[in-house]
Write a protein that binds this ligand. Structure first.
Ligand code: ZN
Length: 138
């Protein structure tokens, strides 16, 4: 098996900022001439996630609303008592959704549905610069 590792950085606004990173994954796939592989896409950190979504205005509001029910921003968490950093909700959301996705690369492109995009979601309570690591396994 061969593994190719690459990465890119992305600036976020935090507060459940949902950013379409599909084009970056397509670019890396082309850059390395990948035809058939598994792309493991991973964000470093414990207050962000990688997932897929239909990137349209309704869902960009629905996802934060749904997560607000699971882990409200303005609730006191035990984590905040530990560090006083006020982002307990962000850690919980990251744990729920996860920090990586595996996307098959088929015929030189990510195998996605027509309305399916790969997104980075940054939950932290401040702007961040995130590093996304991509490993192609084939
Ligand atoms: Zn924290």
């Amino acid at each position: 098996m061969t593994i190719i590792t690459d990465r890119f950085s992305i600036s976020t606004k935090g507060f459940t900022d949902i950013i379409d990173i599909t084009s970056q994954i397509v670019e890396l796939t082309k850059k390395h001439g990948i035809k058939e592989a598994n792309a493991h896409i991973y964000v470093i950190g414990s207050t962000a996630s990688i997932t897929t979504i239909e990137y349209e205005p309704g869902l960009l509001r629905d996802l934060p609303e749904a997560l607000e029910k699971f882990a409200p921003v303005n609730k006191e968490y035990y984590h905040d008592q530990t560090w006083q950093d006020g982002n307990g909700y962000a850690h919980l959301r990251s744990s729920l959704i996860g920090t990586s996705e595996n996307i098959p690369i088929v015929d030189g492109t990510p195998f996605l549905g027509t309305w399916q995009q790969i997104v980075l979601v940054d939950f932290d309570n401040k702007p961040r610069t995130r590093t996304v690591l991509v490993q192609f396994l084939f």
